[in-house]
Design a protein. Structure first.
Length: 390
């Protein structure tokens, strides 16, 4: 049998980083060409070999979601609710545009008619109509609205933990990318409401987005990483945009819901334990001499105690969010460190807040069981903690 000599062939080097889609989904990319297996199975176009493909771009939907060049966008006479080919509409600004197809219009209808922001959504109804109008001239806001509506639909489909669809993740990626680009430019007065609308939307999306549907693979059980508690980082970033956009200025669209924001940011007691149940005060080592400066648990304990003093019918978004808006930096550090008392307080808040807010419930479906398992595994002898988890 003749011996065959192997020809010298240059094998293209593959990047260790893999495609951007797999990095966003926190998966190991197989770096296949022209399409990695994970992207193919997930139904998105792989961008390992092409930097021109948007992140998490759905395969087979390139016509509906094709981003247009700035030259094409500038051909439109007015960046408004204007029909393009067929029954689709354009969402466009000076540099970017995409078509709002039939599925996107369904999501817009969900956004306008359902309580996607808050359970007590009546004050937001007129505001949502105005935001949709703004979204047609601010594509980053349009992507955010569509991602939010898709997440809301996901919350209704099952009571089990669930990850976002390729369409939802596509809109999240596009919203994030375009929003970052816009934030580095000078802020024009006409952009302020769109900027805050996008920031608040991304805050909800970040909280409801999960890397896994398995409690055993979720924080705090999983190994610590830089991506832990990303919703905390998003909340801090949101406040930067808050000061930039000033949504409570008199001419702002958001001034009509100022009462909701006032409720969310209403001050909590900064000293003492009045209103905190004795066993909770004992767990957190609080007494009448405790202050917000001396204890990382005081403020959040007051927030949780107020929640548990309300009936379920009185729970509203404005009443459950002070736990987040008043969370001190010292408490956040304890969460990162997986402190058992901090985890117990977070569990107690999840258990109550999820009854009023769908996007809190989506995260609680995974992290509540994960916190329970973690505390049982690593702190089995702390009977006071387990008294609250029973």
């Amino acid at each position: 049998m003749p011996a065959y000599r192997r020809r010298n062939q240059s094998v293209p080097r593959k990047s260790r980083a893999g495609c951007r889609n797999c990095k966003l989904r926190k998966l190991k990319c197989d770096e296949g060409r022209p399409q990695c297996q994970r992207c193919s199975a997930y139904g998105v176009l792989c961008n390992f070999t092409s930097s021109g493909i948007p992140d998490l771009h759905p395969s087979g939907e390139s016509q509906s979601f094709a981003l247009k060049s700035s030259r094409q966008a500038n051909r439109l006479a007015k960046p408004s609710l204007r029909p393009s080919l067929g029954k689709d509409f354009w969402a466009t600004d000076a540099t970017t545009s995409f078509t709002v197809d039939a599925k996107s219009r369904e999501l817009l209808s969900v956004y306008k008619t359902q309580s996607v922001h808050m359970q007590d959504d009546t004050p937001w109804q007129g505001l949502k109509d105005e935001l949709v109008g703004l979204a047609f001239i601010h594509p980053f806001l349009m992507h955010g609205i569509l991602a939010l509506a898709a997440g809301y639909c996901r919350s209704l489909t099952t009571e089990l933990p669930s990850r976002g669809s390729s369409r939802e993740l596509y809109h999240v990626a596009q919203c994030t990318s375009l929003f970052r680009e816009r934030l580095v430019s000078p802020v024009r007065p006409g952009d302020k409401d769109a900027l805050w609308g996008t920031a608040s939307t991304l805050g909800i999306v970040a909280f409801s987005s999960l890397d896994t549907t398995s409690a055993t693979e979720s924080w705090p059980l999983k190994a610590s990483s830089a991506s832990d508690l990303e919703w905390i980082h998003m909340g801090e970033g949101k406040m930067v945009v808050w000061h930039m956009a000033d949504p409570l200025r008199p001419e702002s669209l958001f001034s009509g819901v100022a009462s909701t924001y006032a409720q969310m940011h209403a001050p909590l007691p900064s000293a003492g334990t009045d209103g905190i149940p004795p066993r909770l005060a004992q767990l957190c080592k609080l007494d009448e001499s405790s202050t917000a400066e001396s204890s990382p648990f005081l403020t959040v304990s007051h927030a949780i105690s107020k929640l548990y003093s309300l009936s379920e019918s009185d729970l509203t978004t404005g009443r459950v969010l002070p736990f987040l808006t008043h969370m001190p930096g010292s408490f956040k550090l304890l969460l990162y460190a997986k402190d058992p008392i901090a985890l117990t307080l977070l569990y107690l808040w999840y258990s109550r807040a999820r009854l009023a807010v769908w996007w809190i419930d989506l995260r609680a479906r995974v992290e509540c069981p994960a916190i329970l398992l973690y505390l049982k595994q690593y702190h089995p002898d702390n009977m006071l903690i387990h008294e609250f988890l029973a």
